[in-house]
Design a binder for this molecule. Structure first.
Ligand SMILES: Cc1cc2nc3c(=O)[nH]c(=O)nc-3n(C[C@H](O)[C@H](O)[C@H](O)COP(=O)(O)O)c2cc1C
Length: 236
């Protein structure tokens, strides 16, 4: 497995031609406000494939994938390719500006389900299956699209207003986890740029709970995927 298209920890978004040695090319992205985050679109738009390569898409969500698959599919089609397999994986929601971490039993249940699904995907890929395209998420309503677009348009502006308290130890975990390189340390102080994509990784993974936006995260429990360990995440 080659994670070349993963934007994580890379200080810029990039995409390239996929090497011919790969039979499958897959994209896995979360659904944020019913769409994939802008950096995913940015990453996918310039990818070029060869004729034989097959494509799979995975939308991660907290229950409402909305148009995340459709967003990714659009870029594959723009590159004159069809998508062979599309999946949704449901995990705990992670939008700490609206809610805290879900109960442990809930998280465990959906993690277990997600592993079963991943196993199924692996079999489909191994067996070269083709599946019917996924429709939009059942909770998605076109009438909310204007509100959704408004939220997306505010990503950068909200991210710019994240505040760092004096609990900050300048450990730089937030800098390392930001998938779009939006956070930097300037004169010993953490500062936020203007291209936040709202993943909430900085707030969720700050050991000192030093990052917040308008006090919304203060009393909320942080969410970490139960099988993702801090050492693994920050050793890169
Ligand atoms: C800004 C933001 C918006 C989100 N919007 C949605 C949504 O519209 N529908 C949904 O099912 N989950 C939503 N979620 C939850 C995530 O899609 C879900 O937790 C995701 O699979 C976690 O991926 P991540 O850990 O890579 O962020 C949202 C999470 C964030 C941070």
């Amino acid at each position: 497995m080659d994670n070349r298209f993963c934007a994580f920890n890379d200080k810029r978004i990039f995409a390239a031609e996929v090497s011919d040695e790969y039979e499958w090319v897959g994209f896995s992205a979360p659904s944020y406000f019913s769409h994939v985050p802008p950096y995913v679109e940015e990453c996918m738009k310039d990818v070029s494939y060869n004729e034989k390569q097959k494509v799979f898409l995975i939308a991660g969500c907290g229950g409402n994938r909305g148009l995340a698959i459709q967003d990714m599919r659009k870029h594959v089609h723009n590159s004159k390719k069809e998508v062979d397999l599309e999946y949704m994986v449901m995990l705990s929601g992670s939008y700490i500006l609206s809610y805290g971490s879900f109960p442990m039993w809930y998280q465990k249940f959906f993690i277990k389900q997600s592993y079963k699904k991943i196993h199924k995907m692996a079999l489909d890929i191994k067996n070269g299956r083709k599946r019917k395209p996924l429709g939009k998420g059942i909770f998605y309503k076109t009438k909310y699209e204007a509100a959704v677009q408004h939220s997306i348009a505010n990503y950068a502006m909200i991210g710019k207003q994240f505040k760092v308290s004096n609990k900050c130890s300048a450990c730089e975990a937030c800098i390392k986890i930001c998938p779009v390189g939006n956070i930097s340390l300037t004169d010993g102080k953490i500062t936020f740029g203007d291209h936040c994509n709202q993943c909430m990784g900085c707030i969720q993974w700050c050991q000192n709970h030093a990052i917040d936006y308008q006090g919304k995260a203060a009393k909320r429990k942080r969410y970490h995927h139960l099988d993702v360990k801090r050492q693994e995440l920050f050793q890169r």
